[in-house]
Design a protein around this ligand. Structure first.
Ligand SMILES: [Ca+2]
Length: 389
């Protein structure tokens, strides 16, 4: 608490003018510059007619989805399984899955393919390691066989924490071959998101072997961990690298209100918990600041929260009108959001799949342009293909 007070006192002393930045939906336009104020979500239900096809069901809290080049899929289950799904929906549980810490938000989480998957058949899986007293987020690197994984853990966040919340755990590869891992602030360690001597509330950039990637912004800085790429995050659970624009997009859960979409730049501070559009679940104020000088604003935010999970960018001919827009899964909102992008800004948002009424945990776009979502259910999670009607 003392630490929290110190940060806020310092913030108060430096400039109340930061408080006056009032975001407005009307400010959205394609001519905005990068310094424009964050845009507040004012989503409306989309009238687009969509067709949904359940490819496979019965997953136990499915969390991460990867699309295989052969038309199949890999689904991770938070509750400990990794399932290969053939194009026809046949499910094969894999052996060789890493042991994970199963509690609250912890378990098996994301999965992505190596950029050289065609040659190395390698996948990267994130999971919660440890126990109730000392746990964190780890990366397991493995060769995928027909019904098995064979690999090892190559990275663990530090220091360990004693909460079972806010693991981040989203993975995304960059074109330089390095991999990004998002890490939450463990819920109870939010002040540490502002410190560079730990992995709480950070985006990390690692080599394919799990080491700090060359060129990371804080390498050589006293007391800073070399894996850190950006900081001041809360619990980021949507992460993509858009090769067409060379942009890292990441969203994060806010507290009560204030989920954010951020454009990530190396070395930037994204504000948590000094700047936020949200308040504590108790109703208490976390910070008087929505934005703060020297900290990078989100480009877009949700208030009330949708609890964003998973993200993909629309590409391809199937949804050509939506090309370049971001898709964001909504857990609390029980729908899929399409955030229309123009010139690197979010300009409007529509609600998809609200008729399903299901929590959406992950979303990906296939090479054919179809949209794939995972629904978050403890015993009957579904993999659903979404196409135009
Ligand atoms: Ca922020």
């Amino acid at each position: 608490m003392f630490r929290s007070f110190l940060i806020l006192s310092t913030a108060l002393g430096l400039g109340l003018s930061a408080c006056s930045a009032k975001p407005s939906a009307e400010t959205a336009s394609s001519t905005q510059t990068e310094s424009a104020a964050p845009v507040l979500s004012t989503a409306v239900v989309d009238t687009a007619k969509l067709q949904t096809q359940t490819i496979a069901a019965g997953f136990k809290a499915p969390w991460g989805l990867a699309l295989l080049p052969d038309g199949g899929y890999i689904v991770t289950e938070k509750m400990g399984g990794i399932i290969r799904v053939a194009a026809d929906g046949t499910k094969t549980p894999l052996s060789g899955v890493p042991d994970s810490y199963q509690a609250r938000q912890g378990g098996l989480m994301d999965i992505v393919l190596s950029p050289n998957y065609a040659a190395d058949s390698t996948v990267y899986v994130s999971y919660a390691y440890g126990d109730s007293r000392a746990n964190g987020t780890a990366i397991f690197k493995a060769v995928l066989g027909e019904d098995s994984l064979s690999g090892e853990t190559i990275f663990k966040t530090s220091p360990p924490k004693d909460t079972a919340n806010h693991y981040g755990a989203k993975l995304a590869f960059m074109p330089d071959g390095n991999v990004l891992l998002s890490m939450g602030e463990g819920y109870s360690y939010r002040e540490q998101a502002q410190d560079l001597d730990n992995h709480f509330g950070k985006l990390l950039r690692l080599t394919p072997e799990g080491k700090a990637a060359p060129g990371n912004p804080f390498i050589g800085k006293d007391g800073a961990l070399p894996e850190i790429y950006s900081y001041g995050h809360r619990n980021p659970q949507g992460l993509i690298y858009d090769a067409a624009s060379g942009t890292i997009w990441m969203h994060e859960h806010g507290p009560k209100g204030g989920d954010e979409l951020n454009r990530i730049k190396a070395g930037d501070n994204y504000g948590w918990p000094v700047a936020t559009f949200g308040i504590d679940y108790s109703g208490a104020q976390i910070s008087p600041f929505e934005t703060y000088e020297g900290m990078t604003d989100s480009i877009y935010y949700w208030k009330p929260s949708i609890a964003p999970s998973g993200m993909a960018m629309v590409r391809g001919d199937m949804f050509a009108d939506w090309s370049g827009d971001l898709l964001v899964g909504g857990l609390a909102s029980r729908d899929l959001r399409r955030v229309k992008m123009d010139g690197g800004r979010a300009v409007s948002e529509t609600i998809l799949l609200d008729d399903l009424g299901l929590r959406i945990r992950d979303v990906r776009v296939g090479p054919d342009g179809a949209i794939y979502v995972l629904t978050d259910e403890k015993s009957d999670g579904k993999l659903i293909r979404v196409t135009p009607q």
